[in-house]
Every structure is written in C-alpha cells, then in structure tokens.
Design a protein around this ligand. Structure first.
Ligand code: AMP
Length: 238
C-alpha cells in the first residue's frame, strides 16, 4: 500500500526535479535604477525611444529576484509565461516615462531615418530574465505595476540634488551619495559605476531592496559590490 508520506515525497521530488521550486524561489528583490547619462555616455552610446529623449531623471533598469547569498535565478519560466505586452496595456504610458529603453540593440529606423530604441524588447528582456523567476508571486501585470509603483515612492534625483549632488558632470564622493540616500529613506543603497569614453568612473546604477511582494523597501540582505566605483565618481549631464 502506498502511504500518504510516500506520495508526498514523490510529489516533492517531482516538483524539485521539474525545477519548479528550485529555480523560482528567491529571497528579496533588487529594484535597480539607472542614470541615463551614464548609459549613453559610454563607448557603446545609446538610442532614444520613439517618444523622444527621456527626461533627465533616474530610470528603471529592472526588478530582480535575488538570493541573500548574492546569487540570483534567471530565465525561469519563459516557455510557459512569455512576455505579452497586451497584459500591461494600461501601464504602458507609465513605463514609457519611467522604464525607457536606451539600447540601440534591435533598434528601428524612424520615418526621418533616425534610429530609435525598442521599449518592448527591453521590457521583454527584463520579464524573461527576471520577472519569470518571481511569477509565482507576481504575475506579469503585478510585476510591472509593482516596479513602477516602487519608482514613484523614492525620488533619487531629488534626494541627491537636495544634498548638493547634481548631474552636472562634476565628481562626487560615493560616501556622500550613499549617505544622502541612506539618510533620506533610512536604508542603505547599493551603487555601481561604469566608465565614460575618457576612462572616468561614473555613477551608473542605484540598487534598493524590496520584499518578495515588491510592496515595501527593506534593508538589503546583501549589497552589490562597489568595486566598479572609485572614491569620487562623475555624475554626467543628461
Ligand atoms: P540584465 O540582463 O537585466 O541584467 O540587464 C543587462 C542588459 O540590459 C544589458 O544587455 C544592457 O545592455 C541592457 N540594458 C541596461 N539598461 C538598459 C536600458 N536603459 N535600455 C535598454 N537596455 C538596457
């Protein structure tokens, strides 16, 4: 006779070998915002979406499920839950403003022969790589809505400017950037940098952490390495 515990063990094995639990579990979200000037001001350069040059403000890169040890799941459930823009139609105007693509990859030529970036491609990439790993908690609409809501809750540029840190091409101390944000929101951010064409390190992305429902900011269980930054970093004009 097969006991209930045998069935339970078999079910557990099936779930884990089927990668349902292993690859779609996570501990917290990184909510990552990017300074557009630092994406554009590199050797790779950038393209603007059809809606035109984004405003001079931090822009969403993504909402990334992460483990507390620093590793992260990726590309978890694309086959069963592919990106479908019709599921987020109501969110598109907000996403166009706060989550614009700046990549020239897969870019399209516009009527006046300009090259424009492809927002849909960027949102699909973020959903496929990251969103499908948290889709047991947030479906596609909830994932994009929660991400846009997080952006509305913290105005990073305003916080930095209030502390005299402005996107004017000057150098600012990483310690002061971190301190300004920590004092304003009560949580320490992660900061990563990249390099402009002259070799200067510049403020690239700011990481905040959110709980598994992306409903509240939390203390980061682990911060991304600051190795990519020098003590003083450029805050480029955009
Ligand atoms: P991810 O795969 O989510 O870790 O993000 C890295 C990828 O996103 C790289 O291919 C980047 O070129 C791309 N990426 C980063 N920022 C942007 C942006 N603002 N627009 C379009 N692609 C971006």
């Amino acid at each position: 006779m097969i006991s209930i515990s045998t069935i339970a063990i078999k079910l557990l094995m099936l779930l884990s070998f089927g990668n349902i639990w292993i690859s779609r579990d996570f501990d917290f979200f990184y909510f990552v915002q990017q300074w557009p000037g630092s994406f554009c001001d590199t050797k790779k350069s950038c393209c603007f979406p059809l809606t035109g040059k984004p405003v001079s403000n931090f822009s969403i890169h993504g909402l990334w499920p992460n483990f507390s040890n620093g590793s992260f799941p990726s590309n978890c459930n694309i086959a069963e839950n592919p990106f479908n823009q019709s599921k987020i139609t109501d969110l598109i105007p907000r996403a166009e403003k706060g989550w614009a693509s700046l990549s020239c990859a897969g870019s399209k030529k516009t009527e006046n022969n300009k090259t424009s970036s492809d927002n849909t491609r960027f949102w699909k990439h973020e959903w496929d790589k990251h969103g499908t790993c948290s889709d047991l908690i947030l479906d596609q609409h909830a994932y994009f809505e929660a991400t846009l809501n997080l952006k509305d809750r913290v105005d990073l540029l305003q916080i930095l400017q209030y502390n005299g840190i402005k996107p004017d091409g000057n150098l600012y101390s990483i310690v002061n950037i971190t301190k300004a944000i920590t004092q304003a929101i009560g949580l320490e951010p992660g900061i990563t940098c990249n390099t402009d064409p002259s070799g200067n390190r510049q403020l690239n992305e700011i990481y905040l952490c959110a709980d598994k429902y992306a409903s509240s900011f939390i203390e980061c269980p682990i911060l991304p390495s600051r190795k990519s930054c020098t003590d003083m970093v450029e805050f480029p004009i955009f």
